[in-house]
Design a protein around this ligand. Structure first.
Ligand SMILES: N[C@@H](CCC(=O)N[C@@H](CS)C(=O)NCC(=O)O)C(=O)O
Length: 263
């Protein structure tokens, strides 16, 4: 039995849901309400002391880290094998998986300096202090606190946009003459990256690739057209939250002259 601890709008959860669909695997949902702070409850901390999603439970075995979960799922069946066969292509896939840590951190920076910030600013200073104190990773807590206090003026935001602009340049270069990131077929690397592009698009920042990178623009249209994309997003997302993410994202970043290098 496969069960996924995941968040409705969580980027890393969307990534795993994409692979579950690509592999045509049956799974049970264990939804964790991140805005409500369910990741900090003793019950969830017993599953993941890092207080983050996703976590995969496979017959009682727990697997952590979204890119690792995706590769684990791929190995469960021969159907639609996503990890390429050659050692070189496997190595390239693993490099994308490692880069995903940076992409996640950068996308998370954008979300926390805009939409999440707006939500968290409704809390009292005491509630906010309790939230930062509850986070097992205090370096991350320090960063999120800065983002909520400073919004788009936080230095973290500029660095995040710089890294995401580099992600787009890297994808454009990797595509070369191909339609997919690695060779002629859709593979794990394409699945790993899709959700980050999706969140950037939700924030109204798709101009990061649409203005400069035609191959990346076609690639993203292709991954979005797959059934796995709609299955991993539409039924799970809180539509109202997605509308707000988009509205606040545009207000926060597009009006900011400091970001004209990227946008
Ligand atoms: N590197 C981890 C990152 C996981 C992560 O940070 N997940 C976010 C949601 S996308 C989370 O659970 N956040 C909890 C919080 O913000 O308190 C992965 O790829 O699985």
């Amino acid at each position: 039995m496969l069960a996924l601890y995941h968040g409705a709008n969580s980027v890393c959860s969307i990534k795993v849901r994409i692979v579950l669909k690509e592999k045509n695997l049956e799974w049970e949902s264990r939804h964790v309400d991140l805005p409500k702070g369910e990741q900090f409850t003793p019950t969830y901390l017993a599953i993941n002391p890092r207080a983050i999603v996703p976590v995969l439970n496979h017959d009682g075995i727990l697997i952590y880290e979204s890119s690792v979960i995706c590769e684990y799922l791929d190995a469960l069946s021969k159907y639609n094998q996503l990890l390429p066969k050659s050692s070189y292509d496997k190595a390239k896939t693993h490099v994308w998986g490692i880069y995903c840590l940076e992409y996640h951190d950068s996308v998370n920076t954008l979300t926390f300096s805009s939409y999440q910030r707006k939500m968290l600013l409704d809390k009292t200073p005491q509630e906010l202090a309790a939230r930062w104190a509850a986070m097992p990773d205090q370096i991350r807590a320090h960063k999120l606190k800065d983002l909520v206090e400073r919004g788009a003026s936080s230095n973290y935001v500029y660095v995040a946009l710089e890294r995401l602009a580099r992600m787009c340049a890297d994808v454009e270069a990797a595509l070369g003459e191909n339609s997919w990131l690695i060779g002629d077929n859709y593979s794990l690397a394409d699945a790993l990256l899709t959700a980050y592009f999706y969140r950037i698009e939700c924030l109204g920042l798709n101009i990061l690739w649409e203005r400069r990178y035609p191959k990346t623009t076609s690639w993203y249209a292709q991954v979005k057209a797959r059934e796995s994309f709609s299955t991993a997003t539409a039924p799970w997302l809180d539509e109202e939250a997605v509308r707000k993410i988009s509205k606040v994202g545009k207000e926060t970043f597009l009006a900011h002259t400091k970001f004209t290098d990227f946008l």
